[in-house]
Design a protein around this ligand. Sequence first.
Ligand code: ATP
Ligand code: MG
Length: 401
Amino acid sequence: MSITDVWTSKSRIFIDETKLMLEYIPSFLPHRRQQLEILASMFKLVLEKPGASCQKVILIGPVGTGKTVVCKYFGKNISDYAKQMDVNLLYIHVNCHKNRTLYAVMKYVSDKLKIPTPTRGFSTQELFRIIWSTLENKNSYLILTLDEIDYLISRSGGEVLYDIARVSDEFIEEEIRINFILVTRDVTSLVMLDESIKSSLLHNIINFNPYTAKEIYDILKARVTVEKAMREEAVSEDVYEIIGEIVGIDKGGKGDARLALEILWKAGKIAERQGLNHVTAEHVRIAYENIAPTLTKSSIDRLKKHEKIVLLAIAKRLQETGKTYISMGEVVNEYQLLCEIFNERPRKHTKIWEYIRTLSKLGIIVARLSGPGIRGKTTLVSIPAVSLEKLSKKLYRLLKE
Ligand SMILES: Nc1ncnc2c1ncn2[C@@H]1O[C@H](COP(=O)(O)OP(=O)(O)OP(=O)(O)O)[C@@H](O)[C@H]1O
Ligand SMILES: [Mg+2]
């Protein structure tokens, strides 16, 4: 295939890749209804009595928990809705990682409002005044999100928030034109603030928890089936499940939806390059290895001989059956066969369980109890994050040495 073929050929996997990118705002955000409802209720007053009060809300949550996308989604919805109610409510989203001083932030806002400002000559306060009076002249109100505010604080110190917190006091005689949404990954960045600011800010906190495997599953599935980023038939349930296993906070992951989307996208690209029309669990494993090489060579090298054999048994069964999970019964059978091949005396069940626990603790395998659908309770095991092909080859080689 020539490179122009790559560009002209129609993808059998993707419908619109950009819908998996960070900038895309989906039409629906699974598992963030509660956060959106709290935001909506906090800003209800701004719609009903614009100018009457200054809303300040803080969103807190670790990486990839949807803080940015929730703000943007909310901003778009509230400004659209305000228009219908004849309120001129604008939404501006500033990333403080890119604009690390209050001046840079104000400059960004004035550019967005199309206020002509010379590059030099204004102080931050003056710029702020100009923005305020522009809003006044246009009878507009603003919701300003300061995303990743930690960067602004670390550069400019706590006074930044002091200024923000005081906005409402300073302009007490006037209508309030600006409301704030502040976004941070953790509270520690706010600890250095003095009590008066804290008290004004900290009773409006909305928390974002890391996503569970099931939540990741729903988010990915919605990207495909609702947003139509990929062909529905090209992505099987296994793919969503296995990414959930890798990323879900309840499975030892970070609960980061950004990583989950990146894995899905990469897995799709690998399948596409192989000329296939569907993504498999193995594509996911290869994609994840690419993004975050978790298993250092030595962690496999350092396993005991029978741990290696058990791991090989799991990898082989998963590979041969194409399933995401296999039962312990299958593992034990395969393990005993492999022991014969390698001329080893098979260890007892209790020992095998011990190996399973070790492998699981090391994050190489995931073990869980079977859910409904399978009679009785049995333990199921899976290898979500490493290519089975590479892993088996490596284990064979090590065991033969
Ligand atoms: N509930 C959700 N539904 C759909 N997509 C989501 C959801 N949560 C997060 N995402 C997607 O996951 C990615 C990461 O989300 P986002 O950028 O909002 O995380 P964040 O909390 O701002 O992370 P960071 O602290 O690193 O900035 C984005 O592509 C976003 O669209
Ligand atoms: Mg963000």
